[in-house]
Design a protein. Structure first.
Length: 172
């Protein structure tokens, strides 16, 4: 099996010329997103996709792809994940980096062992990343910092939380 990671997830169309917004999942978008770059996709049948244009508008990357010249074609790409082959280069600067696909489905517990829910997404942000946790009462976002997430156990597929009071309260 070929190892790859998610470089971005395609969001909604932007404008009329086939551009789409993307949620970036790489720490090196300026190198990865260049016109002419080709990405395998998930789902596989939507690609590969070749970049036609790249620009940043109000902090959001806007990508255009060959063969997708208008808004309707761009809409058909919504939810597609752009993949990059893992050539042994790490996407993070240290051992504390995680990829979304590594964490989705991990069980989430408090430090005392009480069940909280399951990791449903990882939102990469400039200041701090956020873990999205699905609970039986809804979804919560937890800052992915060591004080609040003291342990991630890959072998047990477990994330341990030590939240301050009120962080996990959902409209109560």
């Amino acid at each position: 099996m070929n190892d790859s990671f998610i470089a971005a997830r395609i969001g909604r169309p932007h404008g009329l010329r086939g551009e789409v917004t993307v949620q970036v999942h790489t720490d090196d978008p300026d190198t990865r997103f260049v016109p002419g770059a080709t990405f395998p996709t998930d789902p596989q049948d939507r690609g590969p996709l070749q970049l036609r244009s790249v620009r940043v508008h109000q902090g959001t990357y806007l990508l255009g792809f060959e063969g997708h010249p208008d808004r309707s074609a761009a809409e058909a790409l919504r939810g597609t994940r752009l993949l990059v082959d893992d050539d042994g280069e790490s996407e993070s600067d240290g051992e504390d980096g995680w990829r979304e696909e590594d964490l989705i489905g991990f069980r989430v517990e408090l430090t005392d062992g009480r069940h909280v829910g399951e990791v449903s997404a990882l939102h990469l942000r400039d200041v701090q990343d956020l873990l999205e946790v699905g609970t039986d009462r809804g979804t919560v976002l937890v800052p992915f910092v060591e004080d609040l997430v003291p342990e991630v156990d890959e072998d047990r597929r477990l994330v341990v939380l030590d939240p301050p009071p009120g962080l996990l309260e959902l409209g109560e």
